[in-house]
Ligand binder design. Sequence first.
Ligand SMILES: Nc1ncnc2c1ncn2[C@@H]1O[C@H](COP(=O)(O)OP(=O)(O)O)[C@@H](O)[C@H]1O
Ligand SMILES: [Mg+2]
Length: 312
Amino acid sequence: MALSGLENSDLKLIIFGGKGGVGKTSCAIATALALSENFKTLIISTDPAHSLADCLEQQIGFNVVKVDGAVNLSAFEVVADEALSGFKTNHLSELKKLLETSTNLDNQDIEELLTLSIPGIDEVMSFKTIIDFMEEGQYDKYVVDTAPTGHALRLISSPKLLDEWIKVASRMRWKYRYMITSFSGSYQPDEVDAFLLSLKKTVKRIENILRDNTKCEFIPVCIPESMAIMETGRLLSELGRSQIIPRQIIVNNVMVSEECDFCKKRKSSQLPYLKEIGEKFTGLAKVEVPMFAEQIKGLEALDKLKSFLFRG
Ligand SMILES: Nc1ncnc2c1ncn2[C@@H]1O[C@H](COP(=O)(O)OP(=O)(O)O)[C@@H](O)[C@H]1O
Ligand SMILES: [Mg+2]
């Protein structure tokens, strides 16, 4: 089977996830290359290891660059630290004022607290970068290559975490608001309220896109090996909890050749795992990709992978 449905014009965001080393980056780029033949496409990596550059054999960074050799494909690597420090710099005064008005902390405590991270915030900021691109609307398709499972899940669950934080902060504010109203009879919402509201809106925007299966699709990548299957199982349950239900799964590194003894052995050792994948991940279309003799690096190899992902 081949990957299907990605050309639907409503579908904007395609996220690849799975265990480390199973082929997420390779499949994400090959998919982006295929889509870029008909759509203006941006591939975004949220993996701190920044393997896009490696696989494409081209420099990429915290700026959008055109992918050499592809007509309509650009690439971007999100640096979570930069997204986060940009956020902190832009909102330092609101964060400070939130703590000053809602807690009994002294200045030193506040300074210390501000150096700590807000749970989920780095991932939310990475995601916000993606959503901002989507709302700018310069591209038709946004393909996201994530870091191994844990990171992809944090990315998916980050809106929930940040939402909890916003709730606590808003409750603290509520007390402050009550006090001001009691003393002066009225309360004018200030920049901290505006800041919390805008964060809340960001969370909502992210959740709305993630849960809308006409706009967003998550594609798990797996290989016929025990650990990878277990991890895919966990990934799918976690996604389900966030109401994200994939339609298709890539099964990479499938041994097809029987030309040598090694190939034959490898092939027969994969059989029980391929069976397990079939039985365990029912309801998901399986897109099998053979194991190539060489690693997937550069446009030529990616083109070959693309032809397997989109055969027919
Ligand atoms: N079907 C395949 N055949 C041969 N090598 C592959 C295949 N898929 C991926 N690779 C190689 O395996 C390594 C890991 O792939 P990569 O796409 O970086 O995985 P991930 O992003 O999941 O860590 C890379 O060296 C890549 O070139
Ligand atoms: Mg990768």
